[in-house]
Design a protein around this ligand. Structure first.
Ligand SMILES: [Zn+2]
Length: 109
């Protein structure tokens, strides 16, 4: 069943209220790395290595991805900001869908 235009506008309002703060965003991804230290007798030689250590990676058009070390103290916030970015993009897509549908119906935005 088709959503009424009133429902569409209502959903748009709700989406706007769910928007994460625009200043708390990061585009890219978090990379997990384990490293062997090479010290003789260290137990890491048998396992995957020390870690996980986190690196933030972002790619730009025509550029090689840039990696930056993320200290443990910044890990949670980095995860949150990456998630905010994806959420904002998702909400923008939804808003565009709603507006496109209203336009198609020749109704007021
Ligand atoms: Zn080690």
């Amino acid at each position: 069943m088709e959503e009424s235009s009133a429902t569409l506008r209502q959903r748009r309002e709700l989406l706007l209220r769910e928007l994460p703060p625009f200043d708390a965003v990061l585009r890219g991804s978090l990379v997990e790395r384990y490293k062997r230290c090479g010290k003789p007798g260290c137990k890491c030689a048998q396992g995957p290595g020390h870690g996980p250590k986190y690196y933030f990676s972002v790619s730009r058009t025509n550029e090689r991805p840039v990696m930056a070390y993320v200290p443990q103290s910044d890990h949670a916030r980095t995860v949150e900001y990456l998630s905010n970015y994806r959420r904002i993009r998702h909400i923008l897509d939804e808003l565009c869908d709603i507006n496109r549908e209203l336009l198609r119906r020749r109704e007021a935005f």
